[in-house]
Design a protein around this ligand. Structure first.
Ligand code: GTQ
Length: 361
């Protein structure tokens, strides 16, 4: 589709003159920008990018640990900013990602906000997050929720640093001008529920008979890694990998079958050794965090090699393929549930053009 219409020089000059006055009155001519507003296909401002955990992110994070305490910072987090969206605390247009460090003996004080948060544990074992009075102990690969407006604080009573990936809907909430947040008077919430309460109450396919969900968020606050691995392994024993996704699972709210939080969808997938995926694109820009294994992802013309703990982002509607040189497990999150609820979400697969053979070397 063409951009602005081509007009003879006289009309063009008169129009240009009028545009100046229009703008003084808070108006603008639609025909000059129609096709960049109503685009025929998504053209994301977001660019593909990768963050190398061991070589780049971790050293900076540990330096932050020397320079500022978790309590002083309220949250000691390095934001992973998309190189094309600098200054906006965004890794995609709708989502935020950061790496949070809590050192032994530290706490991150209690607060709550409209923004929903997920944690995906990268390093360390045994620190806790408290969500509305329930503490959950975290270990690598666990997927932990802090849904909208729940009080939450974090603490590390172990002897090791604890690092996790934070995923929040900060840009989406800012876009909608709907942000509220408050600090608690107490830094640490009193423990009000038994250990593992939500998992025992809601994680066994049994709900209290009269329980009704209060909102769209999962009643579970921790989806432990061993359960994800068990499910991925069972899938692998049963069937060949999907040509695009390998073996891919979505985390669900057991009360609704939908995503654990309404604004962020989360996924975990296993790519068997030597798997090369078929091309794929979807409208949800997606953040990937590698748990285990090595491989590479080709996004358009760019190749990103990755290993454990690395993080990369695939923008909306960008063709990409994944290749694993050894068995690889990758976590990911996106705004897919928002787009699905609004009827926007689309995907496209190129299965036939990318044959693969898991036995080749
Ligand atoms: O742990 O509550 O990365 O409020 C950004 C904002 C983490 C948190 C972030 C937050 C948090």
């Amino acid at each position: 589709m063409s951009e602005a219409p081509t007009l003879d020089p006289t009309r063009r000059a008169r129009l240009q003159q009028m545009y100046g006055s229009l703008s003084d009155h808070g108006m603008a001519p639609l025909w000059e920008s129609l096709h960049s507003l109503v685009k025929p296909t998504p053209r994301s401002q977001t660019v593909p990018a990768k963050w190398d955990y061991a070589r780049v992110v971790r050293p900076f994070l540990m330096e932050c640990g020397d320079l500022i305490t978790a309590k002083e910072a309220e949250r000691r987090v390095l934001i992973l900013e998309n190189p094309a969206l600098r200054g906006s605390a965004s890794i995609t247009r709708s989502l935020y990602a950061g790496l949070q460090l809590i050192l032994p003996g530290e706490i991150a004080p209690a607060h709550r906000h409209v923004q929903s948060a997920l944690r995906f544990i990268v390093e360390g074992k045994g620190a806790y997050t408290s969500v509305n009075g329930e503490r959950t102990i975290m270990k690598p690969g666990d997927f932990v929720l802090t849904p909208n407006w729940r009080w939450h604080d974090h603490g590390n009573e172990t002897s090791e640093p604890m690092v996790w990936l934070d995923g929040l809907d900060i840009p989406l909430v800012l876009f909608l001008d709907a942000s509220f947040a408050e600090r608690s008077t107490a830094d640490t919430q009193p423990v009000q529920k038994p250990a593992d309460d939500s998992r025992l109450q809601f994680g066994n396919n049994l709900f209290p008979v009269d329980w009704k969900p209060g909102d769209k968020n999962s009643p579970l606050i921790n989806y432990p890694y061993e359960r994800s691995c068990e499910t991925l392994d069972a899938m692998r024993r049963k069937q060949p990998p999907d040509l695009v996704h390998g073996y891919k699972l979505r985390y669900v709210n057991p009360a609704t079958g939908k995503s654990p939080m309404p604004t962020i969808g989360a996924f975990i997938q296993l790519l068997p050794a030597h798997f090369k995926s078929a091309g794929y694109r979807s409208t949800d820009g997606t953040v990937y965090a590698v748990v285990e294994g090595e491989g590479r992802t080709v996004i358009g013309e760019q190749t990103f090699t990755w290993g454990p703990k690395d993080i990369f982002v695939v923008p909306s509607w960008h063709w990409h393929t994944h290749e694993a040189s050894e068995d690889a497990v990758i976590f990911s999150f996106s705004d897919r549930p928002v787009q699905e609820d609004l009827g926007f979400w689309r995907e496209e697969r190129a299965d036939t053009s990318y044959p693969y053979d898991t036995r080749s070397t």
